[in-house]
Design a binder for this molecule. Structure first.
Ligand SMILES: [Zn+2]
Ligand SMILES: [Zn+2]
Length: 305
């Protein structure tokens, strides 16, 4: 794993976790890009963990989930919750390599939207079909439960989760997660085209999204494209960092984390985009902490995020 600064502390089984935080295990969009040029911000695809009150909630199962799974395999959490934004490869491809799947006594609950073409369970089963992977999902040691969700609110592991439909090819959901015990809020909104194609969403979609995100402590948002690229990539389902800043400012979010980095962007480019975003927010007169997501980096949720 590419690590920036101190690696996340892994909990020993005898020491219950007390830190509430968001940890980035995979930050990249589309395809993993390991190597020297992505060492700082990471090469693995989307996977984020929220820890609160001794429980973990996993958002997406890109290739970053493999390292998280190796850590979870040593934690005493019999039940694991994984929430999927959608089922494009970069959000599910790490699941077959998630170690808790192969531990008996574990329960894995997978929540996510169905697609027009197929139920969620079928899509996840197909990527572990014997034609492409040696172990079918029906034969793993863990007890796996696949639950289809849409925009209804649900609670699991003490986390309250609300969903909002995003502008992206295929059914894609953004999540607002309320974390116990204090109700700190984290929003995970990736693979979202803020300006451009509408994907059948109504005209009031933008206002609804701003309302949905109102006042969240940490907004993790798609920031894949260079400002020059968004106009050329209408209908591709992504946003620029400045567009994410506009949204965070409008919704009164406290902290913005730029996410789903373009696989063609090296560390220098990602850092430059983050700097540009800070300057842009400054010109808008917005008080907003902005960072680019980096693999291995954690944002504390306990205080002053
Ligand atoms: Zn993606
Ligand atoms: Zn996608």
């Amino acid at each position: 794993m590419n690590v920036v600064g101190a690696p996340p502390t892994l909990h020993s089984p005898k020491e219950p976790p007390t830190l509430n935080r968001v940890t980035f295990w995979g930050t990249r969009g589309s395809i993993p890009v390991p190597g020297e040029s992505t060492r700082q911000f990471g090469g693995n695809t989307a996977c984020v963990e929220i820890e609160a009150n001794g429980k973990s909630l996993i958002l997406d199962a890109g290739t970053g989930i493999r390292t998280l799974g190796n850590a979870l395999a040593h934690r005493e959490e019999p039940e694991v919750d994984l929430v999927l934004s959608h089922t494009h490869w970069d959000h599910i491809q790490g699941l077959p390599f998630f170690a808790p799947l192969y531990q008996s006594g574990r329960t894995l609950r997978i929540w996510g939207p169905r697609q027009d073409q197929a139920p969620l369970a079928t899509i996840l089963g197909n990527q572990m079909d014997p034609s492409v992977f040696p172990v079918p999902i029906s034969e793993v040691s863990a007890s796996v439960h696949v639950m289809e969700i849409d925009t209804e609110r649900f609670t699991t592991g003490g986390f309250g989760i609300e969903a909002y439909p995003l502008r992206h090819p295929g059914r894609t959901l953004g999540f607002r997660v309320s974390c116990p015990p204090e109700g700190k809020t984290v929003a995970y909104v990736t693979d979202n085209e803020l300006v451009g194609a509408h994907y059948g969403t109504p005209p009031e979609w933008r206002d609804g999204l701003v309302h949905f995100l109102q006042g969240v402590d940490v907004l993790i948002h798609d920031a894949m494209y260079l400002p020059d690229h968004v106009g050329q990539r209408v209908g591709w389902g992504h946003s620029s960092p400045r567009q994410a800043v506009d949204l965070a400012a409008e919704a009164g979010c406290h902290r913005l984390v730029l996410f789903h980095h373009d696989p063609d962007h090296d560390d220098t480019t990602v850092a430059r985009l983050a700097d540009d975003s800070r300057q842009y927010a400054g010109r808008l007169g917005v008080s907003l902490t902005i960072d680019a997501a980096a693999e291995g980096w954690s944002v504390p949720l306990n205080s002053g995020v």
